[in-house]
Design a protein around this ligand. Structure first.
Ligand SMILES: [Zn+2]
Length: 571
């Protein structure tokens, strides 16, 4: 009897279930993908955490408990059991140089070199392996890691690279070292003048040492052969695979070449883009986008244009960031305005033109006076054209004058910042600019306190593309030399939640896409990352060791740490 009753009840409940799932089936289609048993941090304030998510096509359709999401399962639904791991919105890197980043993956690596002998050895090795006529580029050397930290000279590499032209960059991209052959090809001699916004570094006798700063690098750029189309396609594929492996689902490419955008467009057509791209060509080319009537964030979910990238000044490490007061250790040097700022009215005219056309303006500004001058120009544009949702950006915004935090907020300027630079520059910044200016350096907390929106990025290839290093940097401010384990200017640390928000919603807002992505919210694009560790609960120092287990872009798995065929570099 008992057996019969329970059987009957079972049948009844199964029947009820069948009816209810039948009704469900009629009311909504089955999901293409569900992720269950996750610890989801949504970055959506209306529902900060959840357990499961359903995806239909390229969009998120439901976020909730396992039981909520179970109703979206159909016979063909792909199910990912997250095993309790942390699921976040995909990372959006607001400032990359995607193609040079991709190139760097195959270039000579000098960043970890700690002495001139090793520098020369690696150059010799690379020159030997380089086909005749090709240049050796890349490098990203950092002389502050050497003792004494002397700038490298062409003499260090000439003997090792007799028949190969070399131009290896300092890691910040604002200086590079040419060998004698490269100088000759570029026509640089003791009689070549310094261009506006640039310096040919010279020895006591006035001869070029091989080191070139900022606009002087143009002499070399003019003679380095451009990437061929096939090389560029290969490089972009390499960069896409790298981004997928790191959970970077969107990038904002600053000063791309037009050929880069052409390759993106080609790969988009072939369905090969696995990272969403917003491209901001140089403001010096503003007329092109104006002419065809492009406005900000024009395009589709995978590829958009409609921004311009400008340069106000150089960098801290190269002594070219533009300050009100001199560097402490460089005589009267207080940096350089870029060549685009000679005269400043030229920059103003270009900004007016870009803004009138509805283009977004992103300006590199690092020194306090460089930043201040750009804020002046932004204020001029607002005054001339009236208030609008234009989302002006300052890229880097590194060394702020105390008076400018309020102005930054009032002008609704976005601080597009790179936290990894803070733990890198934190090694030497005080030596260059002293304690007071350093206290307003990478001042992420002060920005938030003033109501300034942050967007996070890396400046890849200047810094590694790995967003978890950026979160780690913002949360710990522990400099790379291990000298500030409790944080360099620790009052500027962010919480993990703030850092994740800046890297997702903050960056989405900075490209006018906060309604499309940046959080795990029904209706948004299904861009998500599954992490090896819960960065909210592990020791902050461990965040940098966290790995990306899966990357999902538009509902498709584009990286799976467990699947060999997705492994980076295999395509
Ligand atoms: Zn950059």
């Amino acid at each position: 009897m008992a057996k019969f009753a329970s059987c009957f009840l079972w049948a009844l409940s199964a029947f009820a279930l069948a009816i209810s799932s039948c009704a469900e089936a009629q009311s909504k289609p089955a999901a293409d993908l569900v992720i269950i048993n996750a610890k989801i941090w949504t970055v959506d304030k209306s529902r900060p955490s959840a357990q499961a998510v359903a995806v239909l096509g390229d969009r998120i359709v439901a976020v909730g408990s396992n039981a909520d999401i179970d109703t979206w399962r159909g016979p063909h639904t792909q199910v990912i059991d997250a095993g309790g791991k942390l699921l976040l919105p995909g990372f959006n890197d607001a400032h990359v140089h995607f193609v040079s980043g991709g190139q760097q993956l195959d270039n000579v690596q000098l960043k970890d070199v700690t002495n001139p002998q090793e520098f020369a050895r690696r150059m010799a090795e690379r020159a030997k392996a380089t086909p005749k006529g090709e240049w050796v580029l890349g490098g990203n050397w950092d002389e502050t890691k050497w003792n004494p930290p002397d700038m490298p000279t062409k003499e260090m590499i000439d003997a090792a690279t007799p028949g190969t032209p070399v131009f290896v960059s300092r890691y910040d991209g604002h200086m590079g070292l040419a060998n004698s052959l490269a100088l000759r090809l570029a026509g640089i001699t003791e009689n070549t003048p310094d261009p506006p916004g640039g310096t040919i570094v010279r020895d006591a006798k006035g001869n070029p040492t091989g080191a070139l700063k900022d606009a002087a690098i143009d002499y070399i750029d003019k003679v380095v052969p451009p990437l061929s189309h096939d090389q560029r396609v290969k490089v972009v594929r390499r960069a896409l695979a790298h981004a997928a492996s790191l959970g970077v689902t969107s990038v904002q490419h600053m000063n791309p070449e037009y050929e880069d955008i052409a390759v993106y467009s080609e790969l988009l057509e072939r369905g090969e883009l696995t990272t969403r791209i917003y491209a901001a060509p140089l403001i010096t080319q503003v007329d092109d986008q104006v002419k065809i009537g492009i406005r900000h964030s024009f395009g589709g979910p995978f590829l958009r244009i409609g921004a311009v990238k400008a340069y106000a000044d150089g960098s801290l490490g190269s002594g070219t960031a533009y300050f009100y007061e001199p560097f402490l250790n460089q005589g009267n040097n207080r940096g350089l305005l870029s060549d685009e700022m000679h005269p400043i009215s030229l920059m103003r005219d270009r900004m007016m033109k870009a803004d009138a056309a509805g283009l977004q303006i992103c300006t590199h500004a690092i020194g306090d006076e460089g930043i201040s001058t750009i804020l002046d120009l932004y204020a001029d544009v607002i005054k001339a054209h009236g208030e609008a949702d234009r989302r002006f950006r300052i890229e880097h915004a590194q060394h702020m004058a105390a008076k400018d935090f309020d102005r930054f907020a009032q002008l609704h300027v976005i601080a597009s910042v790179q936290p990894y630079h803070a733990i890198d520059d934190g090694r030497f910044a005080e030596g260059h600019i002293g304690h007071d200016r350093s206290s307003r350096t990478y001042a992420f907390r002060t920005f938030l306190d003033h109501g300034v929106r942050l967007a996070f990025g890396t400046d890849w290839e200047v810094a590694p593309l790995n967003p978890l290093l950026g979160v780690y940097a913002a949360v710990t401010r522990a400099t790379l030399d291990d000298k500030n384990p409790h944080g360099w200017f620790p009052e500027q640390k962010l919480t993990v939640a703030e850092a994740v928000e800046a890297y997702t919603m903050g960056s989405a807002y900075a490209e006018f896409q906060e309604k499309e992505k940046g959080s795990i919210t029904p209706g948004k694009l299904a861009d998500m990352v599954l992490l090896s560790d819960d960065i909210f609960t592990i020791a902050p120092t461990k965040i940098r060791d966290t790995r990306v287990l899966k990357t999902i872009v538009g509902g498709k798995l584009v990286w799976d740490a467990n699947a060999a065929h997705f492994s980076e570099g295999s395509r």
